[in-house]
Design a protein around this ligand. Structure first.
Ligand SMILES: [Zn+2]
Length: 266
């Protein structure tokens, strides 16, 4: 009955086949994502390094070519920008915007590992995790309605909800994850996407092992927010045989992305 108050009680089905609550339209989510990205772009410093930009573009393009259109931007037009920022982070937003910090490239050191990061982040968008998270907040707080969120993009009361729901900003993305359920789903589809793009899917395991080691160095901030690293790695291992099948199919079909990592001068 409560849902009737929103005018539309929306449910959708994720690409993994799970039913989810999505109270906000795709168009509105795209608009929120685009607005958030524009403001991030305004605050951040973009990398001017051509080699770094070409590399990130190459891996992004390979992933974008294979992902489903549903949940993505209208017309399938994704854009990736590289932010000059030493924190190891990357994120993707509704509306088809991707941000990669230069610091992410020190952690995801191979094209396959970067593909694992991008597959995971793009997975959150295609699985409408931001919409679901915001919809859950709306249900939990009777003072907020989907209509007021939709109307109040710029209003400060809803900024935290929108920013948190979308997962934008320096502290979100890889660094501050979604719920365990959402992380697990993004891992699963992300590993399949990278494999379908022709990247060896075991590299997703290497990536998250490295991330876990990194987290071990700043345990308080990391472990309070992250799903169990062991559980994550076990799930990626379990998903690996299916991902390898996809990888072999992709390779047989001629997918072999040749993205050259930038030289790192220490
Ligand atoms: Zn995530």
């Amino acid at each position: 009955m409560l849902l009737l108050g929103f005018g539309v009680a929306a449910c959708s089905t994720t690409i993994t086949g799970r039913r989810q609550l999505t109270l906000i339209s795709d168009n509105k989510m795209d608009a929120l994502g685009l607005a958030a990205f524009a403001s991030l772009k305004h605050q951040a410093k973009l990398s001017q390094d051509q080699m770094v930009n070409d590399y990130v573009q190459c891996v992004t393009t390979a992933i974008i070519e294979v992902i489903p259109a549903d949940g993505g931007p209208k017309g399938g037009k994704w854009e990736a920008l590289v932010f000059e920022d030493p924190t190891p982070n990357a994120f993707a937003l509704p509306g088809g915007k991707i941000g990669v910090h230069t610091g992410m490239l020190d952690v995801a050191t191979t094209p396959g590992q970067l593909a694992a990061v991008l597959g995971h982040e793009v997975g959150h968008v295609l699985l409408r995790h931001g919409n679901e998270r915001m919809s859950q907040s709306i249900l939990a707080d009777s003072a907020i309605s989907a209509g007021s969120v939709a109307a109040g993009v710029a209003s400060p009361e809803y900024r935290d909800l929108i920013v948190g729901g979308l997962g934008v900003g320096a502290q979100y993305g890889v660094l501050l994850p979604f719920s365990r359920k959402h992380e697990s789903e993004a891992d699963q589809v992300g590993q399949i996407f990278m494999a379908q793009a022709g990247f060896y899917p075991a590299e997703a395991i290497t990536l998250w092992q490295t991330m876990a080691e990194l987290g071990g160095k700043s345990p308080a901030q990391w472990q309070s927010t992250h799903p169990s690293d062991d559980a994550r790695i076990a799930r990626l291992q379990a998903n690996l045989p299916r991902a390898i099948q996809e990888y072999e199919k992709a390779r047989a079909a001629g997918k072999n992305p040749e993205c050259v990592p930038p030289v790192v001068y220490e």
